[in-house]
Design a protein around this ligand. Structure first.
Ligand code: F6R
Length: 264
């Protein structure tokens, strides 16, 4: 795992977008794993800007989102298909047929989960997976006690997750109880993971995810087992990390990060 600390949320989002853009330019057929949520909005803003101003080309890439609520219609403004259309898809030249989210309205949810896994495999697996982290430590909707070998499946959302997403639904009791999510095992199979966390309310869970013991109670700790995982945080979210000086030195000196140090 590598941890990169940026001064603020905006520069953290910019760095993640630049990582994605670099991977996409190197491989126009990139299979990109996407996340939703407030934190990711800045990443998508920058990617849209790069498409407009730098011609960043999404025409050959394909995308797979981590998760989708069960029971929401695709037109519902709170579903993740709608989020992705609004924040990214309709502003760039991605082929809509190559954008994938689990169908939370499928009549047979188990079959839907199996076919989502099959689609990821058919596209050759995920090259670069974007991740946020919930306050309960989830990645995707892998709530506490999600097995590290779990695959795409239906999960019941934890109370803290319902609370975290309450605002959008007008109260925790109105948040859908279940979601389809890629499993921890599915996520660990992606060739690269990039996690973004910003703000003081993520500081404690980021310290546990990165430096704490590996435990199924905090599914993000599974990323410690991934061979190529980059965690990008702003100063506020880095506040509880014990090793921050070491992480800063790596970013400041390793040649791999040279092109990412002075970004605009
Ligand atoms: C969303 C997802 C979640 C979020 C996490 C953080 O697709 O997979 O794991 O990334 O809940 O959400 P925000 O950014 O809203 O704090």
């Amino acid at each position: 795992m590598e941890v990169i600390i940026r001064p603020d949320a905006e520069s953290a989002g910019l760095l993640v977008a630049r990582i994605v853009a670099t991977d996409l330019r190197a491989n126009p057929h990139l299979v990109l794993g996407l996340a939703t949520g407030r934190t990711m909005e800045s990443v998508y803003r920058v990617l849209v800007r790069m498409h407009r101003k730098e011609g960043l080309d999404f025409s050959l890439c394909s995308t797979f989102n981590l998760d989708e609520y069960v029971g929401l219609a695709p037109e519902d403004s709170r579903c993740y298909r709608h989020y992705m259309n609004e924040h990214l898809f309709r502003h760039v030249n991605v082929d809509a047929r190559n954008t994938h989210l689990p169908n939370g309205q499928a009549a047979d949810l188990e079959a839907e989960c199996r076919s989502y896994e099959a689609a990821i495999a058919k596209f050759g697996g995920i090259d670069c997976q974007l991740l946020g982290i919930g306050r309960a430590g989830h990645i995707g909707f892998n709530e506490p006690l999600s097995a590290f070998r779990s695959r795409t499946r239906v999960k019941t959302l934890a109370p803290l997750t319902l609370q975290q997403n309450a605002e959008l639904f007008g109260g925790a009791d109105r948040v859908p109880r279940r979601a389809i999510t890629m499993g921890v095992g599915t996520i660990l199979e992606s060739r690269r993971c990039v996690m973004l966390a910003t703000g003081a309310d993520k500081a404690e869970i980021i310290a546990q995810a990165v430096e704490g013991p590996i435990t199924a109670m905090i599914s993000a700790t599974a990323l410690q087992l991934h061979a190529r995982c980059t965690v990008v945080v702003d100063e506020a979210a880095a506040n509880r990390l014990a090793g921050s000086e070491y992480y800063r030195r790596i970013f400041a000196t390793e040649p791999e990060w040279e092109q990412f140090r002075n970004l605009e």
